[in-house]
Design a protein around this ligand. Structure first.
Ligand SMILES: [Zn+2]
Length: 666
């Protein structure tokens, strides 16, 4: 598990450093900061950056992504126009990209590239064959029905074990299958239509396609009902259920686990964490009572659904219609070159990251970041000492954990080896499948070995950051270290308000409602006294309640419990960064009419400027552990006396909360 700064993670590139980090054109100076600080800080930005037709959300992150795509495009066009040695990274990038861009061939091929794979499903006759197929496709990195991967043991953070998790759904949340509200019911109806349409595209007649869709829906609904909700999955104690092979077979006896582990080249695997035991009990029952023919339809659907983006336009457009338009309200599909570039960037992420860093990452950025991170660490240490609600005993442990947090900045010391990934000049789809298989083999290859502490879980070209509780580390890819997050040559106020808060946010994840359950070694191990835990939870309840009250659309409210960890991190990040700023900076003079403190909060608010489509608001509220941009501004700031002071917020203002309603955590 890693905890990212934002769910939608985008590659990015270096942009021009503006002299003026706070731009009045981004603001709505007629708005009252005490009534709606998001409108005041970001009102101009929202007007000047309307939603493009091919986006369901457009915010500061997304704007960086656009720049990035163009910068990566420059790298790609250089690689694809030069002669490349066979077997070289350049050849792999160029061949995969060129096949993806060759729409004449792809249109001519239609469903052809998928046919050999569908024939494998058609040939299945017995349940053992169905299970053999499922295991084989897990080895191929395109495993249906459930999730399988290697990651560290939550109670032995130095060791990688096998992990089984719930999965197998075509809709992005189990609640869409079970909720009674009209929005969920509509999504179900549209999903069945979508599956039907897809089956007709492989040559089934309308009636057969419709009956297959009903079948898929019934099977997935059973899986959904046995799945944990997103909120339940946030409890790492609940999802830790380590078993040996015998224990797994006892839990889910009707699936051939010996065969499965043989297929993924881990025979006799004896350390397996079963994230959701009830789900695997249901899978086992289904192995006994769902007929072979129903499984074949489900497996066929999984293949079509996974392949659609890499086939002809009939598949691509129908896939977009459902997952883009219906689910997110997106009006137009993204340009083809962007989609293909994204696919190649996923397949060869660190190879492209290496080129990206050489071109766009200045080494001075790393030096300034190291200093910022250490100042933030000092500030949180001071704040821990000042906490009135925490005992000395727990404080001592918190200090130990803080001191142990490892920091990674920019890019990995050692790059991944892609020599085993073969890219051939056959079809785009075959190459995508090869890259998935390569990725799966890489991941499974870590199981039953010590954790590789130098590994990165995001490539350098991604605009994002993360905290990894099992390694107790914070990681900042190169691409986030640029405006409007990081200014190499601007005043301290904007740097502490932007990247400083991002650093503080990631550090706070080590102490949020999930992260606090891990100790300094990254083990799931309760280091808190009972009373301190209780007091922590009381404080976080106040914060959850605040967010529950936010109305995201019509009568729909934000989910304060689902987003709790991120909201704790935003609030903590602001507190820590502000304290670090006070310690480190001697700035006192206003710039362009704004005091240093005002610039600090304006720089923070600017990170979350965004416009979002209604359907996307509903989807994100259901699925995203992060609050919507607007509430990442309003939510934490309403708890901060220093913010009140900076903008003269008074009792009775919307941005003001009475002292007993404020959350004070870190
Ligand atoms: Zn976060």
């Amino acid at each position: 598990m890693i905890i990212a700064l934002t769910t939608i993670a985008f590659p990015s590139c270096k942009t021009e450093v503006k002299n003026q980090a706070i731009d009045r054109a981004d603001m709505d100076l007629k708005a009252n900061p005490a009534a709606d600080f998001d409108q005041y800080a970001n009102g101009g930005w929202k007007v000047n950056n309307p939603l493009p037709a091919d986006k369901s959300r457009f915010g500061t992150f997304d704007k960086l992504r656009d720049t990035a795509e163009k910068q990566l495009q420059a790298l790609f066009s250089k690689i694809t126009s030069e002669k490349q040695e066979p077997g070289s990274l350049g050849q792999k990038i160029a061949d995969m990209y060129n096949l993806g861009m060759d729409t004449v061939t792809i249109e001519k091929q239609g469903a052809e590239p998928l046919k050999p794979y569908l024939a494998e499903v058609a040939a299945l006759k017995t349940m053992p064959e169905v299970q053999n197929y499922i295991a084989t496709y897990h080895a191929a990195g395109n495993g249906p029905l459930f999730g399988f991967y290697g990651s560290s043991d939550d109670k032995n953070s130095n060791w990688v074990i096998a992990q089984l998790s719930q999965g197998g759904l075509g809709l992005s949340d189990r609640d869409y299958y079970t909720n009674e509200d009209p929005h969920s019911a509509n999504i179900r109806e549209e999903y069945v239509k979508h599956i039907t349409k897809m089956f007709t595209l492989i040559g089934n007649d309308e009636a057969l396609a419709a009956s297959k869709a009903t079948n898929v829906m019934a099977l997935e609904t059973r899986l959904a009902k046995a799945s944990l909700t997103r909120l339940e999955q946030r409890d790492p104690v609940k999802t830790y259920n380590k078993k040996d092979l015998k224990g797994l077979i006892e839990l889910a006896p009707n699936f051939d686990w010996n065969l499965f582990f043989n297929k993924v080249s881990l025979p006799n695997q004896n350390e397996i964490n079963v994230g959701m035991p009830e789900f695997f009990k249901e899978v086992s029952k289904m192995m006994a009572d769902v007929p072979v023919d129903d499984w074949k339809i489900y497996l066929e659907w999984n293949l079509i659904n996974a392949s659609a983006p890499y086939l002809s336009s009939a598949f691509v457009n129908q896939n977009f219609h459902f997952y883009g338009k219906v689910m997110s309200g997106q009006e137009k599909i993204r340009d083809r070159w962007k989609r293909v570039q994204g696919t190649v960037s996923n397949a060869l992420s660190e190879a492209i990251g290496q080129l990206y860093v050489a071109e766009y990452f200045p080494p001075e950025a790393k030096v300034r970041m190291v200093k910022l991170v250490e100042n933030l660490r000092i500030a949180l240490g001071q704040r821990i000492d000042q906490l009135a609600w925490m005992s000395d005993e727990t404080k001592k442990k918190a200090h130990e954990k803080l001191a142990t947090i490892n920091v990674k900045i920019g890019y990995p010391d050692k790059w991944r080896d892609y020599s085993g990934l073969e890219i051939k000049k056959d079809t785009y789809l075959d190459n995508v499948f090869r890259s998935w298989k390569f990725e799966a083999a890489y991941n499974y290859g870590k199981i039953n070995k010590p954790v590789n502490r130098s590994e990165w879980f995001m490539p350098p070209q991604m605009v994002n950051a993360y905290y990894n509780p099992s390694m107790n580390e914070i990681v900042f890819p190169a691409a986030i270290l640029q405006p409007p997050f990081f200014y190499l040559n601007s005043d301290d106020a904007v740097n502490y308000g932007a990247i400083g808060v991002v650093i503080g946010h990631e550090i706070t994840h080590g102490f949020d409602d999930q992260g606090r359950k891990y100790d300094k070694e990254g083990n799931l191990n309760d280091w808190w006294t009972e009373d301190d835990s209780k007091r922590f939870e009381e404080r976080t309840k106040i914060l959850a309640k605040q967010y529950d009250q936010f109305v995201v659309l019509d009568t729909v409210h934000a989910d304060g419990n689902l987003t709790l960890g991120e909201n704790i991190a935003d609030l903590g990040g602001l507190n820590i960064a502000y304290q670090a700023y006070q310690l480190a900076s001697k700035e006192t003079e206003p710039i362009d009419g704004f005091t240093p403190d005002q610039r600090f909060y304006l720089a923070y608010a600017h990170l979350w400027a965004s416009n979002v489509r209604d359907k996307e608001i509903l989807r994100l509220t259901k699925e995203d552990v992060h609050s919507l941009g607007r509430f990442r501004v309003l939510g934490p700031l309403r708890n901060l006396p220093a913010f009140y002071k900076a903008f003269n917020i008074k009792e009775g203002d919307y941005m003001y909360l009475p002292e007993n309603e404020r959350a004070v955590i870190w």
